[in-house]
Design a protein around this ligand. Structure first.
Ligand code: FES
Length: 98
């Protein structure tokens, strides 16, 4: 459980604990939820949501991903793993894709 829907405003991102690795939960400007592994596919730094640019950004080497987790600029060699997000009874749940 990541938290209540109301805790996440549109156009924000939060890094959360997910098992033993961080996950990034993004709420897009149109209110959709997306979740990814927050571990950069380059050298494992933790990525973050960059509000002004609307991208997922890795501060270590300026790696960039779009909101589908696809690597679009910088050194990351592949997309972020995407997780499944379910909204149930006002709570946001994240799980691994099966
Ligand atoms: Fe993320 Fe290098 S570790 S860009």
């Amino acid at each position: 459980v990541a938290g209540k829907v109301t805790e996440f405003k549109p156009n924000t991102g939060a890094v959360l604990k997910f098992g033993n690795k961080p996950a990034l939960l993004v709420r897009t400007s149109d209110g959709q939820f997306k979740a990814f592994s927050a571990v950069c596919t380059h050298l494992d730094c933790t990525v973050q949501f960059k509000k002004d640019a609307g991208i997922i950004w890795c501060a270590c080497h300026n790696g960039q991903y779009d909101l589908n987790g696809r690597n679009i600029a910088g050194p990351p060699p592949r997309p972020l793993d995407e997780y499944r997000v379910i909204v149930q009874a006002e709570e946001v749940l994240i799980s691994k894709k099966v």
